[in-house]
Design a protein around this ligand. Structure first.
Ligand code: 5GP
Ligand code: SF4
Ligand code: MG
Length: 466
């Protein structure tokens, strides 16, 4: 999901709409905005579909006045799948004795089922099936005097990954979990406003200056010109999601002082060194494989070409909720550039293999178009473990790499060769010259390594074996 908030600007909700539009790649199912105006109180709008189709119209935006607003774009990783109900769309809102509070959450709470059970037993009435709603109910049970302190209390009970943007009548609040699994950055709008955003690309769109990242385990409370920082949690070693670098973030965002585009290009360089092959053409599977393909072509000296063309009017395939629609999605979205491919030995570069359905269909299309050979190069290690921290990977049994060796995957997909970048190569590309430090890895890489930095307690209770 993507989260965004602004304070100190007229018509804050318009800024939030723009920010969410720039974060649309993080969630395409639905979006929501809450604003506050002293004369009109809190107002909210939650809609299915794209930001640009909902939060551009006067009949929606005119209902969201004020100088303080937050928003959320959703892709479901917890709660109801497929048929998302509008009640699951964030931000969530609660009225407390000290005023209202709205919350937008990116990540996944790994003890949400246990918390929900406990809260319901003690009288909470849940409105949604989302794990994020726990935060509001935990706040309601806190005895703290201020909403900011109640948010701290609530988040101290929550396990897993959370980047949170919240607002009261006067304050804009940002929090990152102690491991800093999901991103969150602070921006400055002229000399009077502030923004909180999942990624820097959404600061660019509103002309805000990047100030700094909210640090793992940090809470910032912004009021007027003041940004107050505290550390509510037991300190831990940070474990940012390495998959944000591979796929999830936008390539024009900056993470940890490093360009995401450059990291991805460098993964391609590592791949070319680790897994060279004699061929005529390096083609990306667009758009997610493009920077790595550029790096691969550059390092190998093999010409780069757009052998697959993407229809720009489709979303990301994996956002489609059912397998059936996902399967159709590949052909609706990608087509082969026959004139370029015919008779050539082609290296296809993609960011990841999850179920393998995308790779298999693309291989079919490339062979039908007359390619002489097809070699797959993947800009991440085999995805063998599900993510429990906010990225929608399917259960383990549906992950190709969980049940097959690399050679078996090559044969199942039906290509001449298949190679994945190593975990060390991925770390080098992300700026760790020495590769992955097994004793203390800098990133979360659980979907590749099975090394889960936070025990997924709900899943373990359901029988998941690490
Ligand atoms: P597959 O067809 O192997 O299940 O999906 C792989 C394709 O989906 C890749 O091209 C990749 O760009 C995209 N993808 C990236 N991340 C995810 C994810 O978290 N889940 C799913 N299902 N697909 C993803
Ligand atoms: Fe990111 Fe993978 Fe860790 Fe999930 S398991 S947070 S996708 S690195
Ligand atoms: Mg892709």
């Amino acid at each position: 999901c993507g989260i965004f908030g602004v304070t100190g600007v007229v018509d804050a909700s318009n800024f939030v709409a723009l920010g969410l539009h720039a974060l649309q790649h993080r969630g395409q199912e639905a979006g929501g905005i809450v604003s506050y105006h002293p004369d009109h109180g809190f107002n909210s709008a939650r809609r299915f579909g794209y930001v640009r189709d909902n939060f551009t119209k006067a009949d929606v935006m005119d209902t969201l006045p004020g100088q303080l607003a937050i928003g959320h774009v959703r892709y479901s990783t917890a709660g109801s799948k497929g048929a998302t109900a509008i009640r699951d769309v964030q931000p969530f809102f609660g009225e407390f004795s000290m005023g209202g509070c709205a919350i937008a959450h990116n990540g996944n709470i790994t003890n949400a089922i246990a918390l929900r059970r406990e809260l319901i037993e003690r009288g909470s009435i849940f409105q949604s099936s989302s794990d994020s709603e726990c935060i509001i109910h935990l706040m309601a049970r806190s005895i703290q005097k201020s909403l900011a302190e109640r948010i701290k209390d609530a988040l101290r009970r929550v396990e897993g990954a959370f980047s949170v943007v919240a607002m009261t009548r006067t304050k804009l609040i940002g929090v990152r979990d102690p491991l800093g699994v999901r991103p969150l950055v602070l921006g400055r709008i002229s000399d009077h406003g502030w923004a909180l955003s999942s990624e820097t690309c959404a600061l660019d769109i509103i002309g805000a200056d990047f100030v700094r990242e909210i640090e793992p385990g940090e809470m910032v409370v912004i009021e007027g010109n003041k940004v107050e920082s505290t550390r509510p949690f037991t300190p831990a070693k940070s474990r940012f999601c390495i998959f944000e670098n591979v796929y999830f973030s936008r390539p024009d965002s900056i993470i940890g002082g490093r360009s995401v585009y450059e990291t991805r290009r460098q993964i391609g360089v590592e791949l070319a060194r680790e897994a060279p092959v004699d061929a005529d053409l390096v083609c990306p599977v667009p758009d997610s494989g493009t920077p790595a393909a550029i790096g691969y072509a550059h390092e190998s000296g093999i010409p780069f070409g757009m052998g697959i063309i993407r229809n720009q009017y489709m979303g990301r395939t994996f956002i489609e909720p059912t397998d059936h629609i996902r399967n159709m999605g590949v052909r609706l979205k990608l087509n082969v550039n026959r004139a370029l491919i015919k008779g050539k030995r082609v290296i296809l570069v993609d960011d990841s293999v999850v179920r393998g359905t995308t790779s298999r269909k693309i291989k079919d299309m490339i062979l039908e178009a007359g390619a002489a050979e097809v070699h797959f190069r993947i800009a991440s290690p085999p995805t063998a473990w599900p993510c429990f921290y906010g990225v929608d990977t399917p259960e383990r049994s549906k992950l190709l790499a969980a049940t097959m060796s690399e050679d078996e995957m090559r044969d199942w997909i039906g290509v001449d060769s298949l190679k994945f970048v190593s975990l060390d190569g991925l770390y080098r590309a992300a700026g760790e010259a020495a590769g992955r430090d097994a004793a203390s890895p800098r990133f979360c890489d659980a979907c590749f390594s099975g090394d889960y930095p936070v025990a997924p307690s709900d899943k373990i209770e359901e029988g998941f074996e690490m």
